[in-house]
Design a protein around this ligand. Structure first.
Ligand code: SF4
Length: 397
């Protein structure tokens, strides 16, 4: 997530809530993408700096547990920039120019000079961020799918270009010897058939031979995980998977629009901050526009035309929603009355955030420490990947 400072309810419902849930299921890496912030705000140094820790406090307040997931700062790991540079060497320009968000953002941020190399390259930096942790999944919205797809293409190209080390063929030959004559001959036959016809049957048979060699009944003496990886690459005619192709992880999230029904955003001034004061929440919701056709209290309204209804969809249970629909369409309730349960639900949701945040606000060193520990944890994984990447590219002299 880019450091945008204190987060709002749109961030929470659109991403953070999902992150909190995912940390229990996966080994998650969450980072402050401060280098990404520079791709569009390269002139705002201080702003970015101030925003970093405010945002991390909101993550922690929302329930991210630094014992369970890894929280870190992108710019503290030069490995991200190194992988970005190395990937840039073989990435065709056209791949970056056709990323749909590139032109989109150019249009939206017309007031900034974005004709920069950094801005064009930011999806590649994103690819490096993902690939450096060999991520299996990336939790993204549909609008970010093209970035994950680009990451997959970049990984595939890298593996194709560099997955064959100088001793690749010798290692394959050695692994085949370990299989034994009969299995090796059978394996080679399946490989030829698969590469000629591309049908699944010989691929499955070849895979079965590898699985048997690595299984508990294996007769292949001294068989290693590397042997399996090499023979699988040999079977498919690819290089070794130095980088892992990630999958996009789409989850159903109910997005919360802004107070005016548009996208919630700080720059539109239509937001409620995650740690907004309760009195301010009340004031903001009470001032929300409603169905424009419901001019007087006695006019029946239609929730579909009303931004408050979008809040009910996120915050209210079925009986409350039924009460709104009936009351609104029959002019049985007034708009302030209708907003009251939303205000209460937001305040209830915010209460534990405020309490957790308080502990970090009074002890900012603890937040710095959490980021420090997470950064070191991430560094261990990033360094390991970079060793493999440098090796594969022949940069190990
Ligand atoms: S009663 Fe509720 S849903 Fe209907 S217009 Fe008023 S605020 Fe909107």
């Amino acid at each position: 997530m880019r450091p945008t400072g204190a987060l709002h309810l749109g961030h929470y419902h659109g991403a953070l809530k999902n992150w909190v849930r995912l940390q229990a299921e996966y080994d998650c890496f969450y980072f402050v993408a401060d280098l990404h912030a520079l791709t569009t705000h390269y002139e705002d140094r201080q702003v970015i700096e101030r925003h970093v820790y405010d945002m991390v406090i909101d993550w922690l307040a929302a329930g991210l547990d630094p014992e369970t997931c890894t929280i870190f700062l992108q710019s503290r790991l030069p490995e991200h920039s190194e992988l970005f540079t190395l990937l840039a060497m073989g990435t065709p320009l056209g791949w970056l120019e056709r990323v749909p968000t590139y032109k989109d953002q150019m249009e939206k941020l017309k007031d900034r000079d974005l004709a920069t190399y950094g801005f064009l390259g930011y999806p590649l930096l994103q690819a490096a961020d993902i690939l450096i942790y060999k991520a299996a999944y990336v939790p993204v919205g549909e609008d970010q799918s093209s970035h994950v797809e680009l990451t997959r293409e970049v990984a595939r190209r890298f593996n194709h270009l560099y997955g064959r080390s100088a001793d690749f063929d010798a290692k394959i030959a050695a692994a085949l010897v370990k299989l034994g004559k009969d299995d090796a001959r059978y394996f080679e036959k399946q490989r030829r058939e698969f590469q000629e016809a591309g049908t699944p049957a010989p691929l499955a048979k070849g895979e079965a031979i590898v699985a048997r060699a690595e299984g508990p009944q294996s007769k292949a003496a001294g068989w290693t995980a590397e042997d399996s990886e090499l023979l699988r690459a040999h079977l498919r005619g690819t290089g070794r998977a130095v980088l892992t192709e990630p999958q996009a992880l789409h989850t159903e999230v109910r997005k919360l629009p802004g107070l005016d029904g548009e996208k919630m955003s700080k720059s539109y001034g239509n937001f409620i901050a995650m740690r907004e004061e309760p009195a301010e929440v009340e004031r903001k919701v009470n001032r929300m526009p409603t169905d424009p056709q419901r001019v007087r209290r006695t006019d029946p309204g239609d929730p579909q035309r009303c931004p408050v209804w979008q809040f009910h969809l996120v915050y209210s249970d079925v009986p409350t929603k039924e009460w709104v629909v009936k009351g609104c369409t029959t002019a049985g309730i007034g708009c302030l009355e209708c907003k009251a349960p939303v205000i209460e639900a937001i305040k209830r949701e915010q209460q534990p955030w405020r309490e957790r945040a308080e502990a970090y606000l009074t002890n900012p060193k603890q937040v710095h420490w959490i980021v420090e520990v997470g950064t070191e944890r991430a560094r261990t994984v990033a360094r390991e990947t970079m060793r493999g990447v440098r090796d594969a590219m022949g940069l190990n002299y």
